[in-house]
Write a protein that binds this ligand. Structure first.
Ligand code: UGA
Length: 436
């Protein structure tokens, strides 16, 4: 018998999961409360930018296996229900807002058929799965609940879903594990490591992984600060320590730090949860990781001021990059946009360019000025900030911009541009963590 799956919540995670599960041959029903999003998806159009997912979605819609709706009762035909809704930072503190997860489970409960399995994929504070399982035991005792954290990166969402580096399932019994093994069989058959855990461990794996990644980034940004103070070069330092396989060379790119819908809110929610559990001290270091990360943004602004003036009111600054990382249109907690907004608040005339993120950025910050092409953004600029490492920006010929700007000063906030090339073209080139 082929299984039918439902995917509740069709954002970056859910839409990807739905299309990928359909591509494995399952019938998949995607549910979201946003009628515009559902209409687009049902039309085979992606409401956000994610490389490769647009093609996969269009292809899967044609098979007839994949459909989207706002109607929760549609889950009645499904055997397994993946909960992929958001868990943003709450408005009044560091903790995660679990409203969407709780209401998703409550909404589907009346329609769950005998023996069905609800599988949480959202990133939640440890203990949430157990409490949802207890809630289901009361409202839908015919169903069970498991947790299956997701490790996909935006920009690589399809690849990370279909060929992940591990599958982690938090289950309370063998039956739940067997069901998940059946779903993921094609991925397991590729040799993907399978880790069975209890519910709390599965929830913790996800936040531990994101905390480790955040720590790695803030570590190298702390080294960048020391390099600046001592006259060193953090890019050489990162390369040199990265050859030690115990350290590894990934996630050691110094710059303006991490943003997005995951790392910042996950480390904060983890701290808040640890405090509730009486383990506050164990995660105190994450407060420092967060502080180093936010300081990187400030350090860029300090360089801008030292290059131009304390008073920025007479200056035009071009910002290259609005998204929190390249190959995404996601501007949630974007360090690039935060810097742009802060400079504008300080009186500078700021113009932002981004290959994919202008519309989402404009929605969030309508008062910022945006340019569709780089040459418009940099026209008459006193300084250029390179803040998101789109490959388009690495392809820029610095001499071609020379005649457009007022002053040839560039700050590379991502340590990705070719410094020699810019200097040869007569530009004053700064990069975080490099004093030379
Ligand atoms: C992150 C994790 O990498 C995924 O494994 C996880 O599944 C996801 O969160 C999630 O929780 O859903 P993502 O937010 O897509 O994925 O982005 P990352 O690739 O982790 O980058 C996060 C931020 O760190 C970006 O702003 C990026 O520019 C920055 N970064 C990354 C650095 O500043 N330096 C680096 O060396 C690497």
């Amino acid at each position: 018998m082929t299984l039918t799956l439902s995917v509740v919540g069709c954002g970056y995670l859910g839409a990807t999961h739905a299309a990928c599960m359909s591509s494995l041959g399952f019938t998949v029903i995607g549910i979201d409360t946003d009628p515009n999003k559902v209409a687009m998806l049902q039309n085979g159009e992606l409401p956000f930018y994610e490389p490769g997912l647009d093609t996969l979605l269009a292809q899967e819609m044609k098979t007839g296996r994949l459909s989207f709706t706002t109607d929760f009762s549609a889950v009645k035909d499904a055997d397994i229900h993946f909960v992929c809704v958001g868990t943003p930072q709450s408005k009044d503190g560091l903790a995660a807002d679990l409203t969407y997860v709780r209401s998703a489970v409550a909404e589907i409960a009346p329609y769950l058929k005998d023996g069905s399995l609800v599988v949480g994929k959202s990133t939640v504070p440890v203990g949430t799965a157990q409490s949802l399982r207890e809630q289901l035991a009361k409202t839908a005792p015919q169903a069970d609940l498991a947790w299956n954290p997701e490790f996909l990166r935006e920009g690589f969402a399809v690849e990370d879903t279909l060929t992940p580096n591990r599958l982690v399932v938090g289950v309370a019994n063998d039956r739940a594990e067997q069901i998940l093994k059946e779903v993921y069989k094609p991925i397991i058959d590729l040799g993907t490591p399978w880790i069975r855990a209890d519910l709390p461990t599965a929830e913790l794996v996800k936040v531990a992984a994101n905390s480790f990644l955040a720590t790695k980034i803030s570590f190298i940004n702390a080294m960048a600060e020391v390099c600046e103070a001592a006259g060193g070069d953090v890019t050489v330092l990162a390369q040199a320590i990265g050859y030690d396989p115990r350290i590894g060379n990934k996630f050691l790119q110094a710059g303006i730090g991490f943003g997005g819908g995951c790392l910042p809110k996950d480390i904060r929610a983890f701290m808040a949860r640890a405090e509730e559990l009486g383990a506050k001290q164990a995660l105190e270091f994450l407060r420092e990781i967060d502080a180093i990360n936010l300081r990187a943004r400030q350090r860029v602004i300090d360089v801008v001021r030292s290059e131009l003036s304390e008073d920025l009111t007479q200056y035009k600054i071009a910002v290259l990059g609005a998204t929190f990382k390249p190959d995404s249109d996601d501007v949630r907690d974007s360090p690039a946009l935060d810097i742009a907004v802060q400079l504008q608040a300080a009186g500078a005339a700021v113009v932002v360019h981004d290959p994919k993120g202008i519309e989402p950025a404009r929605k969030r910050f309508p008062k910022l000025k945006y340019a569709e092409v780089v040459t418009d953004a940099v026209k008459d600029a006193d300084l250029i900030l390179h803040l998101t490492e789109w490959k388009e920006y690495r392809a820029i010929d610095p001499s071609a911009l020379s005649s457009l700007v007022k002053r040839k000063i560039i700050i590379d906030g991502r340590n990705m541009l070719n410094r020699e090339l810019w200097r040869k073209a007569g530009w004053k080139f700064h990069a975080l963590g490099r004093t030379d």
